[in-house]
Design a protein around this ligand. Structure first.
Ligand code: NAD
Length: 455
């Protein structure tokens, strides 16, 4: 039986950086994933394809509003099959890049579904011989959670997987769940002409976002054609003449398709019908600070364990685990994992929310700045949005929330300021180029300390 220092199950943003890192340190590393899945959910079924569709929908929106820039563009249209083709091309290009990088790093690739057996033995579909690892890392990710009460006909009742590959844009779409997936994909289809209705059972959309911002964004999304209901439940979903019949808060409505976006669950296929049962806790693989599971020598990272189910958190886990294996005394800290929603406008937040600070009775000063006062935003036709920074009494950034252009890039300023404990006066002296969107972040920090010029 072939043996390795490390076998990783899952080639996503958790698994592949860990494989490359350890192989470059001289370990004999194998990584197992099916041919079409290297790159993981993020690359094949999540972040990247969604961002590709959002980029097309954003460009389409710009074409429709070309007159705002003094341009004319009569009857802008789209070819959905080409929109999908572009998305798929990006995915394939990135996937090939990852595979090449792994091979160049000296990692052995096995293409098939891997299953874990006792004594850290892995059996891979399509391979006759099993392999054994001195250590195993489960970087198995997650799959869409589709409650059993909803119909299973994926031709009508989609998960994000079906939504990302639909052959046509439905005339009407019910989105169950106003989380990140529901809002991002809801906006894509609304922009391309679907009548989209998002039903969120909690009082606000986008769990984790501060309440005031979530409320403020409702009219913004309504403007892009989405009907959003909060605090409402989809009582039932049934199939009727090839369409979906939904009862929403007691009222019957029909839709062509339904997107079920109510969260994700750990992909447990690695121990389906094997002789190993890795211990779980609330549906996640239970791990210690050393990422080790209940099975000795079997580790887990990313969506499969505690912490937010985000690609960059999985890559962070990989980095911390690699450092631990090289003898560094470090542990994961998820208090500054940025959250980003790639709609237009984008939304991003990091650290503690205003709601959480109030609940904990922590004193803070609030700084604000508006993109309508930012030159770069206005020239780009993106004057909607604002930045809110929360600064402690001793001048440290506690949290920030941004909605507006490039929020997902600007949030890095906030993360850096908080992570390295930069004092707000010191930060104010960091020269920001003009004109840039990042000046709006500086302005918000200055506003909190009463030094803002425009506020
Ligand atoms: P989510 O947890 O973000 O949101 C699910 C939403 O569905 C919640 O608001 C919940 O209250 C609601 N809900 C649950 N059951 C419901 C019901 N029966 N009726 C109405 N509403 C219901 O989950 P998601 O949007 O499916 O995303 C899954 C994971 O993928 C998340 O962890 C998310 O962070 C991640 N993701 C991240 C990005 C990004 O970073 N941009 C994009 C997509 C997905």
């Amino acid at each position: 039986m072939q043996t390795f220092d490390l076998i990783i199950l899952g080639g996503g943003p958790g698994g592949y950086p860990l494989a490359a890192r350890m192989a470059r340190k001289g370990w004999k590393v194998a990584i197992v994933d099916s041919e079409s899945e290297f790159g993981g959910t993020c690359l094949n079924w999540g972040c990247i394809p969604t961002k590709a569709l959002l980029a097309s929908s954003r460009t389409y929106n710009l074409l429709k509003n070309a007159a705002n820039f003094g341009l004319s563009c009569e009857n802008p249209g789209f070819d959905w099959s080409k929109v999908l083709e572009r998305k798929n091309k990006i995915t394939v290009q990135l996937r090939q890049g990852i595979i090449k990088m792994l091979e160049k790093s000296g990692v052995t690739l096995f293409k098939g579904l891997g299953k874990l057996y006792k004594n850290r033995i892995i059996k891979i579909a399509g391979y006759e011989e099993a392999i054994q690892g001195n250590r195993i890392c489960l970087a198995v990710g997650s799959v869409p959670a589709a409650p059993a009460v909803f119909p299973a006909n994926r031709g009508i009742f989609w998960t994000s997987n079906e939504a990302l590959n639909t052959a046509e844009v439905p005339q009407s779409l019910l989105v169950v769940g106003g989380g990140v997936i529901g809002i991002e994909l809801g906006q894509v289809f609304a922009e391309f002409g679907s009548k989209v209705c998002v039903v969120e059972m909690m009082p606000q959309i986008l769990p984790g976002l501060d309440n005031a911002t979530a409320k403020r964004l409702l009219p913004v999304f309504k403007k892009s054609g989405m009907e959003i209901m909060t605090g409402k439940k989809v009582d039932s979903l049934t199939e009727k003449n090839g369409r979906a019949l939904a009862v929403i808060d007691g009222t019957e409505r029909e839709f062509d398709k339904v997107l079920i976006a109510v969260g994700r669950r750990v992909n447990m296929s690695f121990m389906h019908e094997t002789d190993v049962q890795v211990e779980t806790e609330r549906g996640l693989l239970k791990t210690g600070d050393d990422y080790q599971t209940s099975e000795a020598g079997v580790f887990a990272i990313g969506d499969a364990i505690k912490g937010p189910m985000l690609a960059h958190k999985a890559s962070y886990d990989a980095m911390i685990l690699a450092a631990q294996w090289q003898g560094e005394k470090v542990a994961a800290d998820y208090s500054l994992v940025p959250s980003c929603v790639y709609t237009h406008p984008e939304i991003a937040w990091v650290g503690q929310s205003e709601d959480a600070l109030k609940e904990k009775g922590i004193e803070y000063k609030t700084g604000r700045s508006l993109f309508s006062a930012n030159g770069k935003a206005l020239t780009a036709g993106e004057g909607d949005g604002q930045i809110k920074t929360l600064i402690s009494n001793d001048g440290k950034l506690l949290g920030a929330v941004i909605w507006g252009p490039e929020a997902s890039n600007i949030i890095n300023e906030a993360t850096m300021m908080a992570q390295f404990g930069i004092d707000h006066h010191a930060f104010s002296r960091m020269i920001h180029p003009h004109p840039t969107l990042s000046e709006a972040f500086l302005e918000s920090v200055e506003n909190a300390s009463g030094e803002g010029v425009h506020g």
